[in-house]
Each structure stands twice: as structure tokens, then as C-alpha cells.
Write a new protein. Structure first.
Length: 327
């Protein structure tokens, strides 16, 4: 019996990061009852090809015709993980009786899908019944399912710096420079994990080779293991904040840009200090003072830890998969 076909339409490049590709790949490996392929446009092709390797067929389409081109593949389901769709995009697919699922979509097309999941947006911006909102629909990558969440730290010995798949503002280097002297004085070890789209890896690698208390990797599938070793994290305002909350790690969060700042999960009530959108001048002193407060103020650290320790996202993926299969 022929499997129903499913096309993941994704984006991934410097300005938007790689979270859309990661999410789709994570879903794809569990949707084994479907014949799966991926589709993207030229701006995303390099990163999508790099990340899916040869696991799935990849279709390259023009920006102007991508939805009609996907329609012409005659899929049973299309999953759009492209940030925003408009009404015409979705109507093009629905007119051919294609089931449509969107992720992270605030565009006008989101209300016309069979299912839209906006897990990074806590407060509904639309009353449409097909749109689901908030962290109850965030699901972990499989590497986290094998990890136990962290216990309250007796001391701060290791920290993590990680700013997503591309790190468009090079906040990795910026954050390291902001806290390295303080960490040297305190004997705090710094783990840095960068993504496959991080353009400054070689430069950073040459800079830290002289530093005894810093390690750098861009290997995939290792960040959950490193998170088990750290007591504090510095990160951007994307999917990683949920992984850190799941692991009970108090964190400092910097939004790369305005769109990321619309993700409201990263808050004190959820165990994180959100210091706003990156600013070349103002972010550094705020980052430094916030980091020092978390390290030195045990009561503040305990409050952050307690607030993050109520989260467990390990069962959410099954919920999302069931929703997709039921449309």
C-alpha cells in the first residue's frame, strides 16, 4: 500500500536561524507512515541541504511560485515552517484538497490552515479555532528525552553560551567578551555551543585556543549532554529557552531582533532573566551585571531555579504528532 505523501516547506538562513529546519526534521523522523520530502527556496537551500543531508528528497523552488510548485507535487499534507504565510498561499494548497499544517505563523494564512501551532507565542493573537498557542505545544529534540533535569547547584562551576544555529549578531563572541574576566576570577568554566550556520566559528576558535577555561563545539546532538553539566546559560530568545527550562537551568536571554522579542516565555516567572533586544552599547553592562547577580545572589538563583523546575516538555511531541495525524 502506498504511503500518503507529506512535504515539509521550510526556511533557514542567517536572519531567521535554523530552528524551523530542526523542528521539521524532528517531526519527520517520527512520521514514518508518510512518504516525506522537503521543499525550500534559494535563500534557504544551502542550510536545508546541509542539515537534511541525503535523508530526504529536497525540492528547490522559486520564491514567487513555491506554493503552486508544492501543490503540483500532489502531496496529501504540507507542513509550512516558514514564519509567515498569506491567504493566497494557503488557498493555493487547499484548492487541491491538500491538508495544511503551519508552525510559528502570525500571517493571514494561519487562520485558513487545518492546523496552526504557534508554540513560541504565549498569548493568542487570533481567536481562530484551528490555531493553538503556547508552550504546551513545544516539543523537545529526541536527544533531550534521555537526559534528567538538573538539581539545584551548590556552586556555579560551569556555564553555557549558545545563540542558535546562525547567531546573526555574533552574540556568542559578544557574551564571551562580556563575562570572560569575571569567569577567570571565579574559576568558572565556559562551554560554547554554536550552530552549523555560525559564520565566525574559525575566528572564535583561534581566539579561545589560549583560554584554559573555555571549550567550543559546533557538533550536533551534544548540547543536552553539556546542559547537564552547567548551572547557568546565556542564550537567544528562540527554541533553546524551552530546552533550558526543561533542564532547569536559570538563564539570561537576549533577543537577536524585534521578532524574537515577541516570544514571551523567557521571563522571571519561568526561570529566566530577559534583558531585551541586543544593543551594541547597552547590552554588555546589563549582561555583565545580571550574570554577576545570578552567580553571587543564591536567593535569586534559587528563585530562578524553582520557577524553571515546574516544566517538563517530554510528552509534548506525542501530542503534536497526534494532532498532525488527526487532521
Amino acid at each position: 500500500m502506498k504511503k500518503p505523501s507529506l512535504v515539509f516547506h521550510v526556511i533557514g538562513f542567517k536572519a531567521v536561524g535554523l530552528g524551523h529546519i530542526y523542528r521539521s526534521l524532528s517531526l519527520a523522523q517520527d512520521l514514518t507512515g508518510f512518504q516525506i520530502s522537503f521543499a525550500c527556496t534559494k535563500s534557504s537551500y544551502e542550510m536545508v541541504e546541509l542539515m537534511i543531508k541525503e535523508k530526504y528528497q529536497l525540492h528547490l523552488f522559486d520564491e514567487e511560485t513555491v506554493y503552486s510548485d508544492i501543490r503540483d507535487l500532489n502531496p496529501d499534507i504540507v507542513i509550512n515552517d516558514v514564519l509567515s504565510t498569506n491567504e493566497e498561499d494557503i488557498k493555493t494548497l487547499k484548492a487541491s484538497s491538500i491538508k495544511v499544517v503551519n508552525f510559528e505563523d502570525l500571517g493571514t494564512g494561519s487562520a485558513l490552515t487545518d492546523l496552526t501551532i504557534n508554540e513560541l507565542y504565549e498569548k493568542p493573537a487570533d481567536s481562530s479555532k484551528n490555531i493553538l498557542w503556547g508552550h504546551n505545544y513545544f516539543f523537545l529534540r529526541d536527544e533531550f528525552l534521555e537526559r534528567k533535569s538538573n538539581k539545584f547547584p551548590e556552586s556555579i562551576e560551569n556555564i553555557l553560551i549558545t545563540f542558535g544555529g546562525t547567531d546573526s549578531n555574533n552574540l556568542t563572541k559578544y557574551s564571551l567578551e562580556s563575562i570572560i574576566d569575571y569567569c577567570d576570577e571565579r574559576g568558572i568554566f565556559i562551554y560554547i555551543v554554536s550552530g552549523p550556520g555560525y559564520e565566525h566559528f574559525s575566528d572564535l576558535e583561534s581566539n579561545i585556543c589560549k583560554m584554559e577555561n573555555v571549550s567550543l563545539t559546533h557538533a550536533t546532538g551534544v548540547i543536552s549532554e553539556i546542559m547537564q553539566k552547567v548551572q547557568i546559560a546565556l542564550t537567544s530568545n528562540g527554541r533553546t529557552v524551552y530546552e533550558l527550562a526543561h533542564m532547569n537551568i536559570p538563564s539570561i536571554v537576549i533577543s537577536q531582533h524585534q521578532r524574537e522579542s515577541e516570544h514571551k516565555f523567557s521571563s522571571l516567572e519561568n526561570g529566566m532573566v530577559n534583558i531585551g533586544i541586543f544593543n551594541e552599547i547597552n547590552t554588555k553592562p546589563l549582561l555583565k551585571s545580571t550574570f554577576e547577580k545570578i552567580v553571587e545572589d543564591e536567593e535569586f538563583l534559587r528563585m530562578l531555579y524553582k520557577n524553571s523546575s515546574r516544566f517538563d516538555f517530554s510528552k509534548n511531541k506525542l501530542r503534536v504528532l497526534d494532532l498532525i495525524k488527526s487532521i
